[in-house]
Design a protein around this ligand. Structure first.
Ligand code: OGA
Ligand code: NI
Length: 366
């Protein structure tokens, strides 16, 4: 990665503050009732469901401990990813992703059209990757692509695959708890996740000579249903606090996972839960590693508010959108700097449509 050239520089209003606000209020939730439901010392599942519901409403983010995913698998993948990223750029570029290869190594990602100070390695926990070929609604082509595993380190593939299997189990459990927290049957989301999309990203944020100008990842919301993130002890993930819009840092807790609501869950819940903006700050001394696991339904899903959560008084706030086409539109901006805002779920808001129509009508009246 080169010097802090202009492509990395954030607009003044998006630059990070150097003094950090660490928020103690981001809930830390103990999931032990899932592993020991009959233990008299643990809270019961109902209390856990209430805690999760409150966290999703108030923050859109929470950390979980005693989650049952073995630490050893996480350590293995962390060790392997350090070895992978420590290689020269030419080696890593052998598994580079591009417009045709959906996953692999990449060091030129832009978020909101500003380059991120990071390099990534993406893979999916599936045999193949099915993605809409383009954003054009008429284009029905869904080409298959595959993971690209590097030769070095040889253990990377197995450690990634094992890690993803463990985190996936946690993802299913969390979706059940979230369904219950919305007053739905625990299995309400299971039909969406019969053939889920499980993409995993290995993030490496190298030390940055200009941490006051650049970001590891610019502000964004996750597009999936749920994200399960492992971060190391360096810290840098900041969440936009819903109560006042302040950026607050999530304090690293060893062996915890950070969970956040993604756009799809926001739409399914008809805005009961919101996908909250977050970003990553970098620092001049320490490199940082993190591993988000993005859990989503298959690309062919039409995403729309759940019928049980809407009625005449509370109508659906979103029009249905096709997930594959949404992602294909979003992907365009990963490979080139665009001059327009990227596609967002807010573009499918029913209210927006009403406003647009109002606008059009008032123009006509003039
Ligand atoms: C992401 C993300 C946070 C982190 O990759 O979507 O938000 O701490 N990462 O790396
Ligand atoms: Ni994110």
């Amino acid at each position: 990665m080169g010097e802090a050239d202009e492509a990395f520089v954030q607009a003044i209003e998006h630059r990070p503050k150097l003094s950090v606000t660490e928020d103690e209020g981001i809930p830390l939730i103990d999931l032990s009732p899932l592993s020991f439901p009959n233990d008299a010392n643990t809270k019961n599942i109902d209390d856990l469901v209430v805690e999760i519901g409150n966290a999703c409403k108030k923050w859109g983010f929470f950390q979980v401990i005693n989650h049952g995913a073995p630490l050893e698998k996480r350590q293995k993948v962390e060790d392997a990813m350090r070895k992978f990223f420590a290689q020269p750029l030419e080696e890593k570029r052998k598994v580079r992703k591009d417009e045709k290869k959906a996953v692999g190594y990449y060091d030129n990602e832009h978020t909101k059209n500003v380059r991120d100070w990071k390099e990534v390695f993406d893979f999916v926990a599936d045999k193949r990757i099915l993605m809409a070929a383009s954003h054009e609604p008429e284009d029905k082509e869904v080409p298959e692509t595959f993971n690209q595993w590097p030769d070095y380190p040889p253990e990377l593939r197995e450690s990634c695959e094992e890690y993803a299997r463990e985190v996936e189990k946690l993802a299913y459990k969390l979706m059940e708890l979230i369904a219950l927290s919305l007053g739905l049957p625990a299995s309400r989301f299971s039909s969406f996740f019969e053939d889920p999309t499980r993409s995993v990203r290995l993030n490496h944020y190298p030390p940055c000579p200009a941490p006051h100008l650049a970001l590891g990842v610019g502000r964004h919301k996750d597009v999936g249903a749920l994200t399960i993130l492992a971060q190391d002890d360096v810290g840098g993930l900041e969440v936009k606090r819903k109560s006042d819009g302040e950026w607050v840092r999530i304090k690293p807790t060893s062996d915890a996972y950070i969970i956040n609501v993604g756009d799809i869950l926001q739409v399914w819940s008809n805005d009961v839960y919101e996908s909250v903006e977050h970003r990553v700050t970098v620092n001049s001394e320490k490199e940082r590693f993190s591993i988000p696991f993005f859990f989503s339904p298959p690309h062919c899903t039409m995403v729309k508010p759940l019928g049980e959560l809407t009625n005449e008084q509370n109508p659906a706030k979103y029009r249905a959108y096709n997930l594959g086409k949404f992602l294909a539109t979003r992907r365009q901006s990963n490979f080139k700097k665009l001059d327009v805002e990227n596609i967002q779920i807010s573009h499918f808001k029913v209210q927006e449509l009403a406003n647009e129509l109002d606008g059009a009508l008032s123009i006509n009246k003039k």
